[in-house]
Design a binder for this molecule. Structure first.
Ligand code: AHR
Length: 497
């Protein structure tokens, strides 16, 4: 199949906020206990953090990590997780039916962030608790001292404030499964008051209003409009969450889910701007896509109720999942002007790119690689390429372009990167890329993942699914020709020579 891509510096969508390469750690399953924290592991450091996990988190180059939930946060007393460990209570976590020992809490997480070269995106409990506990947490974490909560932090051994800048106002508050679920109006009022008080405590922070728990939520659209009308002036971002699945085994439709994702993002932008218009304000609300991934492989996996850190949501990802993850990242970059934060949910063990064995090894899931590539190379500005390629119809969608592509331009380092997924299972593609005004730019690295069966996975024993390097694409004037294989993930990196 022949495809043409045209690229120019003027095709700028927006500056890429590095926080779109964020991730998520929830007190859920083995994300914390057995994931980032396992004091008895041979590779644990003096704080009990698994150093093999930290190394892989650094490879992913994750600039922010959302914490501590998720559904968990809606029943969480943050005070349970600070101070001397021997005094911390064990609690029943109603979100996931397990027992939370609270041996890992806020300060441990902040220490881990420092070691993993990342920042915390903190979520407050607006399910069972309210504005008061939220502002107390801001004071505990961010105030310099000489106040009750800041002094309590100091007495716990943390003299300096943590300075957390980004705060989620609860989690999925529209969902019936959420502890303390609310109507849009009730949530809008609470989030507005909480955000006001949190910002009065520390006026350098930004806050994220909960949008719908997914595009399929029955109140989607209306929820955003109603809660935004109340909280618009006091918040900065609205959240989006979306997980995809391929239970039907329909790969063409699965890979085409990004068309639905486009619609979802576009709809939320429209609702934000509708409220902006109604308010006749200059303030724009941007998007925080703070939960996204593929999630279904671990459905119905049994676990023991009220046990401690059981295996939950431990999806093992296959090759087609990696292609969808690549395509979802391309979709986020296509909206770089409005999506400023995104969190791959989650980071370790629980629907995650990194997988560990308690007391044992670690491996990179298939989805690790496209995320690693885009996070490391997708910097600078996002450029909207004109892609002219054949399209396909499938059960759920029509006119799906076989080639999904985006380019990023890092002007400072004079690097241009083209990312492309070929969704065709049968045909390779000759990508003829017209580099227009990128004179003097030449390819220096061409990475692909291809040649795998859609069901191929990695494991502790073997990691067959991984990227490889190709011969460099040919240049003829400013036309670069890259041949990509059927069913493939591709990254072409160019630099000015
Ligand atoms: O990431 C797993 C769960 O998915 C989160 O706890 C919740 O917010 C969402 O429903």
């Amino acid at each position: 199949m022949k495809s043409k891509i045209t690229l120019a510096k003027e095709f700028k969508i927006g500056n890429i906020d590095k926080r779109i390469y964020g991730s998520f750690i929830e007190h859920l399953g083995r994300a914390v206990y057995g994931g980032i924290y396992e004091p008895n592991h041979p590779l644990a450091d003096e704080d009990g953090f698994r150093t093999d996990v930290i190394e892989l988190v650094k490879e992913l180059n994750v600039p922010i990590v959302r914490y501590p939930g998720g559904n968990f946060v809606s029943g969480y007393n943050w005070e349970d997780g600070v101070g001397p460990v021997e005094n911390r209570p064990k609690r029943l976590d109603l979100a996931w039916g397990t027992t939370e020992p609270n041996t890992f809490g806020t300060n441990e997480f902040m220490k881990w962030c420092r070691k993993a070269n990342t920042d915390c995106m903190m979520a407050v409990n607006l399910g069972t608790r309210g504005a008061e506990e939220a502002r107390n947490l801001v004071e505990y974490m961010n105030h310099r001292g000489n106040s009750a909560w800041a002094d309590l932090r100091k007495s716990h051994g943390y003299n300096d404030p943590w300075g957390v800048k980004l705060w989620c106002l609860g989690n999925e508050m529209d969902g019936a499964w959420q502890m303390g679920a609310k109507t849009a109006i009730d949530y809008g009022k609470l989030a507005n008051e909480a955000s006001k008080m949190m910002k009065w405590t520390d006026n350098t922070i930004e806050t994220v209003l909960c949008g719908s728990s997914s595009r399929n939520s029955p109140t989607f659209g209306e929820w955003e409009a109603k809660s935004l009308e109340i909280a618009y002036d006091n918040i900065d971002y609205v959240s989006l969450h979306q997980y995809y699945e391929n239970r039907a085994g329909d790969t063409p439709s699965f890979l085409a889910k990004t068309l639905e994702l486009e619609e979802f993002i576009y709809s939320v932008i429209c609702v934000c701007d509708y409220v902006k218009a109604k308010k006749r304000t200059k303030k724009t609300i941007n998007l925080s896509f703070d939960e996204w991934n593929v999630w279904y492989h671990s459905d119905n996996a049994p676990y023991e109720r009220w046990s401690y850190a059981p295996a939950r949501l431990e999806d093992i990802y296959n090759f087609e999942d990696a292609l969808l993850i690549g395509s979802m990242l391309i979709t986020f970059l296509r909206h770089a002007d409005r999506i400023k934060i995104a969190c791959l949910a989650q980071l370790v063990n629980v629907i995650a790119p990194i997988f560990t064995k308690n007391g044992g090894g670690i491996f990179k899931q298939t989805i690790f690689y496209p995320f690693e590539h885009v996070s490391n190379f997708g910097r600078g500005v996002a450029l909207n390429p004109i892609v002219d390629c054949p399209k396909y119809d499938c059960k759920e969608f029509t006119d799906v372009p076989y080639i999904d592509s985006i380019a990023t331009f890092d002007e400072e380092n004079e690097e241009l990167t083209v990312f492309a997924v070929n969704k065709s299972q049968e045909e390779g593609a000759e990508l003829s890329i017209n580099l227009m005004d990128f004179e003097g730019y030449k390819p220096f690295e061409f990475i692909s993942m291809d040649g795998y069966d859609k069901n191929d996975e990695n494991s502790f024993e073997a990691s067959p699914v991984h990227p490889h390097k190709n011969a460099l694409p040919e240049m003829d004037g400013n036309i670069m020709t890259a041949n990509v294989k059927p069913f493939s993930w591709n990254v072409v990196r160019l630099r000015r020579s």
